[in-house]
Write a protein that binds this ligand. Structure first.
Ligand code: AMP
Length: 230
């Protein structure tokens, strides 16, 4: 059985950073819906243009196109051993669609890590966040600065700030999260899948807690892609 895990949490909780670490540690595919949309934006595809109008307002992109994009990504060969889902599902309809998609392949979600961070800390993190152009590796001016200013440590590409990390849009994204995504916590808790993680600690501490929870989950660190630490 493949290992499908979900990271759930407000924008800025650290889902993307932890997803990168987990994927490298266990050799799983990262399936991050926001990243997929930003790739479409960069390539100026039709989907990118559609998504931009929602992203700029901090609203969710419609479910039909989002579900189609994510299930297509999950169907690629690199996700056959499993995937870390970051930013998807974001509402009940998407969660049910994901369950149906995996059930159709004889698979299921094996765990949901709910990364909790206070509202003040979220605002602080988002306003100082920088991403790399090549692969969207995340940095923070204070908590996790790159070794060379403006350059990604991992792939050397330039860093940029997301348009939707400006304060007005951040407010709306957090509101959308509370209204539409937060109910998923109960959905997964009721299924016995939810693991609550205190996200207000260092990247390394959060990562080792998540790894600790995966001990016995029939997943081995991936020798080829494993690395000594962030
Ligand atoms: P993120 O990078 O996860 O913060 O996502 C950035 C933006 O992409 C969100 O504010 C939404 O506009 C859009 N988006 C990402 N994931 C989803 C999703 N699962 N459903 C709908 N819209 C999404």
């Amino acid at each position: 059985m493949a290992l499908y895990l979900i990271l759930i949490g407000a924008p800025g909780a650290g889902k993307g950073t932890q997803a990168d670490l987990l994927c490298r540690e266990y050799g799983l595919a990262k399936v991050a819906s926001g990243e997929l949309f930003r790739e479409h934006l960069q390539k100026e595809t039709e989907l990118g243009r559609l998504a931009k109008s929602y992203m700029d307002r901090g609203e969710l992109v419609p479910d039909d196109v989002t579900i189609q994009m994510v299930t297509e990504r999950l169907s690629r060969p690199d996700a056959a051993r499993g995937a870390i889902l970051d930013g998807f599902p974001r509402n009940l309809n998407q969660a049910e669609a994901l369950d149906r998609f995996l059930a159709g392949r004889g698979e299921a979600i094996r765990g949901v890590f709910y990364i909790q961070v206070s509202a003040d800390e979220l605002m602080e993190r988002l306003s100082g966040r920088w991403l790399c152009r090549a692969a969207q590796h995340a940095y923070h001016v204070r908590n996790h600065p790159p070794k060379v200013a403006g350059i990604c440590d991992i792939d050397g590409s330039p860093l940029y700030q997301r348009d939707d990390d400006k304060p007005e849009t951040v407010q709306r994204r957090i509101q959308v999260y509370l209204e539409q995504t937060a109910p998923l916590v109960e959905y997964y808790r009721n299924r016995g899948l939810l693991v609550e993680i205190n996200g207000e600690r260092s990247i390394e501490e959060v990562f080792s807690e998540i790894k600790g929870q995966l001990v016995g989950a029939d997943v081995e660190p991936d020798q080829a892609s494993s690395h000594p630490g962030p």
